[in-house]
Structure formats: C-alpha cells, structure tokens
Write a protein that binds this ligand. Structure first.
Ligand code: FE2
Ligand code: FE2
Length: 249
C-alpha cells in the first residue's frame, strides 16, 4: 500500500494560521510516502506570500511534489505577468514546473497547466503530452502512476458546464495508454471525485482549499489517498473548526 497526501489551494495571504498549523501536524502523523501540492500556493503571487508558502512547504513531510496554480502568476502587475510570469515561483518554490517523482513502485508526474495569457483556465500543451508519454515509459510496468495538475479534468457535480483543462482531448488517450490510474487537481476549492468518461478506468480526484479562508461553500479539506492492491481508497479529511475529520466519500 502506498499512502499519498494531497493538499491544494493554500493561497498564502488568505491562510488561516491555526488550520495551517494543525494540517502540518496531521500530515506528519500520517507520514505519507509522498506529499502532493496541486497549486495556488499564493493569493496574488506577491513575494511575501511566496516566502510564507516556501516556509510552509519546508515544514511539511518530505518528499513533496508541487505545481503552480493560476494565482501564482501575477494578475495586476502586467509587466511581470508578461515578462516573467513564473519568476517568483521559480525563485522561491521550484525551478521545475513539470516535476516527476519516480520510485520503484510509484511514478508521479505533475504538470504546470497555468498559462499567463489565460487567467482562470488551464491548458496541457503538445510538449506536455509528449512528456507524459516519455516519463511514464521510464517507470516499472507494475508501478502505480499518478498525474497531478492544478486544473481539474472533470467539472464539479454542481456545475457540469464549468470549464476544465484545455488540451485534454489530446492528452487523455496518452494518459490512459501510459497506465495512469489517478488524476489529482484543485483550483475550484471544491472536493469531488469521479471517473473520467470515455475509456478504461481513470479516477479524477479534486481537493478543496486546505487552509485558505477563500472557501466556496465547503470547509477546508485535503485528501488522503491509498493505492491498495486492488484499487484506490480516497479519504477526504474535512475541517470541523478544531481538526480535520475523516469524511465519507
Ligand atoms: Fe485556488
Ligand atoms: Fe486556481
């Protein structure tokens, strides 16, 4: 069994420090094989917000894999948005925007789906589709395979028309052919999960916002995911004002 912890949408600048402290404690108690952070580390891509996000990531269990979200690109600072949209993220969080974590029995690719010319929407490029094919080919045949993005592949049940990530029509056949069984994302601040339609089993799991006060009708939450022999166990943990409690799926 492989235990993964999936947190998303930290939005430093709007974080609740008490929730953040408790989350860090719980994650250490969980001791996951890998920490996954699916973007929106900051609220407005400000330097101080990245600094706080960096310090927080350093407090979490390691190893950790992280991708940027649309909030990690400056919105109002048009100069920076145009000339160096990922500059601060690269300086303070990670220079690798499409990181790949490879172990004997686990392969996790995280893709940067943010685009400076879009604000809220995400994309997967042709280069990234090729990357999916290339990196998962390096994993052992029996290895479990997970793909992480900020933008979800499926809309939430409450808004079935809500925009999902662009480029997925080209990406999905490659994702399936590469043996990926699990997609992890965030962005909408709503936790939900479902199978991706149109092919062999592929589960798409979204996390709500872990510690931000910018909630969209749902309390703060994160996901514990267990890759067991015969499938995937999803255990959302939802903030009750004191701690995160296991919530039924
Ligand atoms: Fe967000
Ligand atoms: Fe987002």
């Amino acid at each position: 069994m492989i235990t993964l912890a999936h947190i998303s949408d930290l939005h430093f600048g709007t974080e609740d420090p008490r929730t953040a402290d408790r989350l860090a404690e719980e994650l250490h108690a969980l001791a996951p094989r890998l920490m996954i952070v699916s973007g929106d580390l900051t609220q407005r891509a400000r330097r101080a917000q990245f600094r706080a996000a960096r310090a927080y990531l350093d407090r979490l269990p390691q190893p950790l894999i992280v991708v940027p979200g649309n909030h990690d690109i400056p919105l109002y600072d048009v100069g920076r948005r145009t000339l160096s949209p990922m500059g601060r993220y690269r300086d303070m969080i990670s220079d690798d925007l499409d990181p790949f974590h490879l172990e004997e029995d686990l392969a996790v690719l995280a893709l940067n789906t943010t685009r400076p010319y879009r604000w809220k929407e995400g994309s997967i490029s042709e280069r990234q589709v090729q990357l999916i094919e290339d990196v998962f080919a390096r994993a052992a045949p029996s290895s479990r395979r997970v793909l992480v993005t900020h933008h979800p592949f499926i809309p939430p049940p409450t808004a079935p028309k809500e925009l999902v990530v662009h480029g997925q029509r080209a990406a999905l056949p490659v994702i399936r052919a590469s043996g990926v069984e699990l997609l992890l994302a965030g962005h909408l601040h709503v936790g939900y999960a479902d199978a991706v339609a149109g092919g062999p089993e592929l589960l798409s799991v979204q996390a709500g916002t872990a510690i931000s006060r910018r909630r969209r009708g749902q309390p703060n939450a994160y996901n514990v995911i267990r890759l067991v022999d015969d499938g995937i166990e999803l255990e959302p943990r939802v903030w009750d004002g004191e701690r995160f409690r296991v919530s039924p799926v």
